[in-house]
Design a protein around this ligand. Structure first.
Ligand code: ADP
Ligand code: ASP
Ligand code: MG
Length: 436
């Protein structure tokens, strides 16, 4: 069995959705699980609707819902050139969406609004597969995809749920399901965070011990730098799980930050492929030894907050760092980078949800300074022993920029730098011209 995930742009138009049938057909496998995102732009539209509802601007939200309905009905019209019953199904979904919008709206309903994008795209694709004569089943992802109170999925549980459902549809050759959406510990509709369909695909791949997970998108593989900001980037043929995980975590938008972990844990190869050029090789990610003696890729992540705790009590003291880390643990806020000196420690975080409470507690241990709007730029490659002086090249490439923190030596395949967000693009470009 293979798992194929198609992102928003891969179904951005009805003709693109039609083309997916050939891609699915060309897989030499008995059964395919197709994970779909929402049509591109739709999750953003839904987020706007939810924001308006939270701000008590119901009329504006309803207007956006109407526009979204027209968009989906137009899509359906050209997908099924004749009139089909799908129109009714779509209208029914929008009635439900309006019902939610018309009730008193609170923040724990945002998840159920955001889910509509994937619910609609999967109805469209599933019905299209039926019309072209495929044996297909549509599975409702929250029936098998759960997260616990810490927002963590449990692969074992997902596996049991999913295998139970698959056993009820043994004759189906193409199983269609929604990416991104899930059920949380309160039984509410929730999600795996923006871009989460990649994560869904990887979790499903791990849960059913798939032959392969394919992530189909709008680019010919994982590039050696961010193509949105840097010219002449190139696709990488092979990546190890660790390299891909590190790059995704540090901002390579092509993959959701957590999406490689399930695949790595269950050793399921991942391929990144281009829906617009399906004949190209793309990128293969598997458990090979990491790339040797070279820089593999560069990535950058915005929205980072740096926190410095300055305390003379730290001087020659032990136990200080533990107390600092306990604060972050208490507020379930992961730390990305750390540097220390004799009298200060700096850390970075990318979730500011509990920032005020964290600052309050840290002030017990010293003077706290906050720098918001920072970026982490990360170079992934082989730095073991740093035989080729790669670290020197990195620092030379950034010498004209106000680098605030450097993390080197935490692993043998990563150097990360923190700098103000407005310098990220220049950092990516300067590093690119040195290394590639
Ligand atoms: P999808 O909607 O298919 O999930 P995304 O927009 O999430 O697609 O991811 C694909 C996009 O990621 C590409 O179009 C590209 O602009 C961006 N991207 C950022 N970094 C990289 C990278 N290192 N390699 C390839 N694409 C990248
Ligand atoms: N539709 C969701 C988003 O836009 C999930 C995804 O596309 O992966 O974030
Ligand atoms: Mg994506």
């Amino acid at each position: 069995m293979k798992v194929l995930k198609f992102g928003g742009t891969s179904i951005g138009t009805p003709s693109r959705m039609q083309n997916l049938v050939d891609i699915v057909e060309s897989q030499h496998t008995t059964k395919t699980i197709v994970v779909l995102s929402a049509i591109s732009g739709v999750t953003n539209n839904l987020q706007n609707i939810a924001d308006l509802l939270l701000a008590d601007r119901k009329q504006e939200a309803i207007k956006l819902i109407d526009e979204l309905q027209i968009k989906h009905l137009d899509y359906a019209k050209s997908l099924f050139s004749n009139k089909s019953s799908v129109e009714k199904e779509i209208k029914l979904r929008f009635q439900t969406l309006k019902c939610i919008a018309n009730q008193d709206f609170c923040s724990n309903q945002v998840g159920s609004i955001l889910a509509f994008g994937e619910l609609l795209s999967t109805i469209l694709f599933h019905r299209y597969l039926q019309i072209v004569g495929k044996k297909t089943t549509l599975l409702y992802a929250p029936d098998f995809m759960n997260i616990n109170a810490n927002q963590q999925p449990n692969i074992q549980e997902i596996s049991e749920n999913l295998i139970y459902l698959l056993n009820q549809h043994t004759k189906s050759e193409i199983i269609v399901t929604q990416g991104f959406i899930c059920k949380n510990h309160l039984n509410e509709i929730d999600n795996l965070q923006r871009g989460g369909s990649d994560y869904t695909a990887s979790l499903i791949g791990a849960a059913i011990n798939a032959e392969e997970i394919q992530i189909w998108t709008d680019i010919d593989g994982f590039h050696n730098n961010d193509p949105r900001y840097v010219h002449n980037t190139k696709p990488i043929k092979f990546l190890s799980f660790d390299e891909a995980a590190e790059l995704a975590y540090f901002g390579a938008k092509i993959l959701h930050p957590q999406s490689i972990h399930p695949a790595k844990k269950y050793n399921i190869p991942v391929r990144l492929l281009d829906t617009l050029a399906p004949e190209l090789e793309g990128t293969q990610i598997f458990s090979k030894k990491k790339n040797q003696s070279r820089i593999v890729a560069i990535a950058g992540k915005d929205g980072i907050t740096a926190i410095r705790i300055h305390s003379s009590r730290m001087l020659m003291a032990y136990g200080f760092l533990r107390k600092v880390f306990e604060v972050f643990e208490k507020y379930r806020t992961p730390i990305d980078m750390i540097t220390t000196s004799e009298v200060a420690v700096s850390v970075t975080i990318d979730s500011t949800r509990y920032l005020t409470a964290i600052i309050d507690e840290l002030q017990k241990y010293g003077q706290v300074q906050i720098d918001e709007n920072q970026s982490i730029v990360c170079v992934v490659g082989d730095f073991s022993g740093d035989a080729n002086g790669q670290a020197t090249v990195v620092s030379d490439a950034l010498k004209h920029l106000p680098v605030r923190m450097i993390s080197y030596g935490g692993s043998e395949h990563n150097i990360s730098m923190l700098l103000p967000q407005e310098h990220k693009v220049e950092a990516l470009r300067s590093l690119h011209s040195r290394f590639f």
